[in-house]
Design a protein around this ligand. Structure first.
Ligand SMILES: NC(=O)c1ccc[n+]([C@@H]2O[C@H](COP(=O)([O-])OP(=O)(O)OC[C@H]3O[C@@H](n4cnc5c(N)ncnc54)[C@H](OP(=O)(O)O)[C@@H]3O)[C@@H](O)[C@H]2O)c1
Length: 231
């Protein structure tokens, strides 16, 4: 049995990851911004026989991250998945029209958020057997992605990629694996129905890649297929 902690698990890819890990018999700590607005996840927890529990953690709020980590003191986490993310909308992150407050918010949640979660939960990961940290990034972080981007979202994902590669270096001598991962273009509330794949397929791919990851992968930007993403 593997012990997994997932951020932003109320819906989308995070929800699917929580569901699939619990279905395969793993112990899942599913964290959400607001447990009172996580009905489907709460239903999963109720049916899980104690294998899935729901915990409040707004990754943009340092006090909430500290409180969640303290409430789980002594719990060994094998796999920590930074999934929580937001996209403020394409119209308000163009060169012509930039919402700077949204940019700050996205950066706090998607770049600083994973960093502070890793800081807070490092003792839990150090105590785990697998010592794997995965942060969901995006293909739009890559310089080779030559389509229209939302400037703020893409810059936050580029930043988190660099933070994760730097942490991979910092934590390597503790045998901790740190990987930023593109989960595919996924039909969630964030991407909409125009996207390529269902959340089930994305989560299945991410799980398989995470299961196979070794220290040699630490610091590489991986796709949900297991391929290295150029960036
Ligand atoms: N969908 C794609 O095509 C795609 C592509 C590349 C990368 N990604 C990345 O994959 C991850 C998951 O995306 P998704 O498509 O599943 O998005 P989603 O359906 O919009 O779900 C995002 C989840 O993140 C949570 N969240 C947002 N802000 C949070 C905060 N401050 N603290 C804790 N949780 C927070 C949301 O919580 P609430 O339910 O409370 O709002 C929600 O559960 C994100 O990091 C995203 O950037 C997605």
């Amino acid at each position: 049995m593997t012990t997994i902690l997932i951020t932003g698990a109320a819906r989308g890819i995070g929800f699917q990851l929580a569901k699939q890990y619990a279905q395969q018999g793993d112990r899942v700590y599913a964290t959400v911004r607001d447990p009172d607005h996580a009905g489907p996840l709460q239903a999963l927890a109720a049916d899980s026989g104690g294998m899935l529990s729901v915990h409040a953690m707004d990754v943009g709020d340092p006090a909430a991250v500290t409180a969640c980590a303290e409430s789980l003191a002594g719990v060994a986490i094998d796999v920590l998945i930074n999934n929580a993310g937001i996209f403020g909308g394409l119209d308000t992150q163009t060169f012509q029209n930039m919402d700077y407050d949204n940019w700050s918010h996205e950066f706090n949640v998607m770049a600083m958020g994973p960093f502070r979660v890793i800081q807070a939960f490092l003792p839990h990961v150090q105590a785990g057997a697998d010592k794997k940290i995965v942060t969901l990034s995006s293909q739009v972080a890559a310089h080779v992605y030559d389509h229209v981007i939302g400037y703020s979202y893409a810059s936050c994902k580029a930043a988190v990629n660099r933070l994760m590669t730097a942490l991979a270096t910092e934590l390597k001598d503790q045998d901790i694996i740190v990987v930023p991962m593109h989960p595919g273009w996924v039909k969630t509330e964030m991407a909409g129905d125009v996207a390529d794949i269902e959340p089930e397929e994305s989560a299945r791919g991410c799980r398989e890649v995470i299961a196979a990851m070794t220290l040699a992968d630490s610091g590489t930007f991986l796709k949900w297929t297991g391929d290295i993403h150029p960036w």
